[in-house]
Design a binder for this molecule. Sequence first.
Ligand SMILES: Cc1ncc(COP(=O)(O)O)c(C=O)c1O
Length: 434
Amino acid sequence: MLDRRGFLGAIALSPAIAPIAFLEPNHLPGMLEVLGAYASSPAPPERIAGDEDFWFQIQEAFTVDRTIINLNNGGVSPALSVVQDSMKKYLDFSHRAPVYNMWRILEPQKESVRKGLAELFGAAPEEIAITRNTSEGLQICQFGFDLEPGDEVLTTNQDYPRMINTWKQSERRQGIVLRQFSTPVPAEDIGQIVSLFEEQINSRTRLILMCHMINLTGQILPVKEVVQMARKRGIPVIVDGAHSFAHVDARREDLDCDYYATSLHKWLFSPHGTGMLYVRRDRIKDLWPLMAASEGQDEDIRKYEEIGTHPAASFLAIGDALAVHQGIGPARKEARMRYLRDYWANRLLENPRVRLHTSLDPRFSCGLANMQIEGVDSAQLTSYLWKEYRILVTTIKHDEFEGIRVTPSVYTQLNELDRFCDVVEGVIKNGIPS
Ligand SMILES: Cc1ncc(COP(=O)(O)O)c(C=O)c1O
């Protein structure tokens, strides 16, 4: 954990920005003060989770529209204001002379961001590729293995539609076979989940794709146990970390995974269009990139970054998001996210018509949860919340369950959750007015 001076230094001298020194520490004075004061605090994360003075300063680090109660931060997050400012400055600088400023000065600074991401995830920098989002990282993995007609890939029926479509396209194009199975909602038995994966494996199974945190319900799956089971059988597991990275404080060693892709515009509060792919060092050689790279790059993680001309600004501003994330403290952020979820969920669960499709056990969930009011259509509830109260949630309709997904963020204020609960309780009592 950084002390106050260390944290100020991390912001002001973030290696990604040091050569141009865009950021002034007075960018976010209140937040720096409070983070500085708490940096060496011995208080456990669970206690700080309910300290509104601490979180008020973090709330101020965003530029969100407070006429909207945005409880759909699972979709995409606003970036921190310091990240937005930094990105704009990098863009301005790039446009003065892109071939020189962007390619020769800014682009090499990406290496500092790679190091920062590696440190946070507990990996080596040579195992971290900076991508544009989870989709890109996962598709590098999904298309990067040589599969033959008849080869099977295994995943659940709750994985992300784009990733399912990727396999379905490979079914049409190459004749592979996609096998999907159902998992309990919520799932609270690690052994049972591992067995469900294991039971589906047969002699044609070549790959497994699994979510760390399922976007529909916030369910956290036991990645490490599934990876270790599959590794014994020689089957690689591609981990979809879209919702878990910088949300739960899980590092590579906690997952023991070889392939992990995430988006940084969700829970790291980085610019939109930023992501990270981890590939274990000895697996890089055998995983093809999506866009071709030279033979000399076969064992270089940077082969996954050969995407043609793209802005350096967004990738470098990840460095600013990393500095704030480390300053807040990953464990404190996770605890706050769970605190916010419990705040609204426990109040609404007092009503017997409210069902939560998300476990409250911290091993199986964090800040993202799915709730349903029995007898109320979830799509109508979403629409009513938005039209009448400017409260944003998202409807989840799956063949096996439905509900609204509620995802506050660290900038969410408790009175916003109170208002959300008041409206939902009104609907339970009186229905949705027609
Ligand atoms: C589970 C999961 N996987 C992958 C993605 C794709 O993320 P992106 O659109 O950032 O590529 C999402 C997006 O919400 C997701 O929820």
